[in-house]
Design a binder for this molecule. Structure first.
Ligand SMILES: Nc1ncnc2c1ncn2[C@@H]1O[C@H](COP(=O)(O)OP(=O)(O)OP(=O)(O)O)[C@@H](O)[C@H]1O
Length: 239
């Protein structure tokens, strides 16, 4: 469903992405791991069209994403940003309904937002709070509700557990897995957290030195030699 073909991206003298090929099937949950600075965010930005690759293509439904095909893709994706990235001046429900409100009146958007908030464990009493009044875990849940508000076909999770303690991180991982399974959405998660990989992922791709150094099912991760050196350090979320 999403394909990456021969993606190259260079900054200064350094080839951060040096020929990336990747396919994510419909309904599959792929986790992209790699040490800090290996280009995970750059890869995500290239897929989202926020960074222009030097060479290569991103395909969606078998067609290259370009000026004419990208709008349809953008209408079908949801994203949980690192740090949740809620709009400070909007209430929680308005954040969740951000995209819905662009095409429907508030009286229609609000019940949908409340329904998605309930799915992630945020009760109606939180609807009219401002983001500054939420704890880190609640903000992450609100970001998750926003990511799924428009029933996306593709969801990106950027470091979903960063900044959360292990208990809250485990809850977010379980929520994400539940939502991905329930909705049948295709999911791409960028993470340092191996617990996220184990809970959220069907498949894992290791990004290293500009290449996908290993790509396989999460169940095979433990025996994968290229991952051996990474499972330890990657198990700890960096500050
Ligand atoms: N706009 C840019 N201009 C110059 N260099 C950049 C730019 N964006 C990213 N880079 C460089 O590309 C490399 C990869 O960055 P990227 O943020 O993708 O790493 P990452 O794997 O996501 O790391 P982390 O896990 O720490 O977030 C880094 O060396 C970074 O400095």
């Amino acid at each position: 469903m999403i394909g990456v073909r021969g993606l190259h991206k260079r900054f200064g003298g350094r080839a951060v992405l040096d020929g990336i090929d990747l396919d994510v099937a419909q309904g599959e949950s792929l986790c992209v791991i790699g040490q800090s600075g290996m280009g995970k965010s750059v890869l995500l930005k290239c897929i989202l069209g926020l960074e222009a690759p030097d060479a290569g293509q991103v395909l969606w439904q078998g067609r290259p994403l370009d000026r004419s095909t990208r709008p349809a893709f953008m209408a079908q994706f949801g994203m949980l940003f690192q740090g949740a990235a809620l709009f400070d001046s909007l209430t929680v429900w308005q954040n969740v309904a951000f995209r819905l409100r662009q095409r429907m009146p508030d009286r229609q958007a609000r019940p949908i937002a409340l329904d998605k908030m309930a799915r992630v464990g945020l009760g109606p009493e939180t609807a009219d709070l401002m983001p500054a009044e939420l704890s880190g875990g609640m903000a992450k849940r609100a970001g998750l509700a926003r990511a799924i508000a428009d029933d996306p076909q593709v969801i990106f999770f950027d470091e979903p557990t960063t900044g959360l303690d292990p208990i809250r991180a485990a809850r977010i991982n379980a929520l994400i897995r539940g939502i991905v399974t329930e909705t049948g959405a295709t999911a791409i998660t960028i993470t340092h957290d191996m617990e996220s990989v184990r809970v959220i992922g069907d498949r894992v791709a290791l990004l290293q030195d500009g290449h996908i150094a290993w790509d396989g099912p999460v169940s095979a991760m433990r025996d994968a030699a290229p991952l051996a050196g990474f499972l330890g350090p990657l198990a700890v979320t960096p500050p």
